[in-house]
Design a protein around this ligand. Structure first.
Ligand SMILES: [Fe+2]
Length: 79
């Protein structure tokens, strides 16, 4: 079992990781719209990496008998 403060911090970190993924995805969209397909591809790769980080925390919480609480994310800047 995870102490409550630790579980809360891990849940917050999941949000940070997913917000990073969302921001990279917004940048991928911008690069795609500008015809910069190589940069867009690199940003999508970063998106996947951040999702992987989030899922490591997700898995750890579950394995320790905790509860994952997904939090609201801010809209990324698309410009
Ligand atoms: Fe990360």
């Amino acid at each position: 079992m995870l102490p409550g403060k630790v579980e809360a911090a891990f849940n917050e970190q999941i949000r940070h990781e997913l917000e990073s993924a969302y921001l990279y995805l917004a940048m991928a969209a911008w690069f795609d719209s500008a015809g910069l397909v190589g940069m867009a591809r690199w940003m999508r790769a970063q998106t996947q990496e951040e999702v992987t980080h989030a899922m490591r925390f997700f898995k750890h919480i579950v394995e320790r008998g905790g509860r994952v609480h997904l939090q609201a994310m801010a809209e990324p800047n698309s410009e």
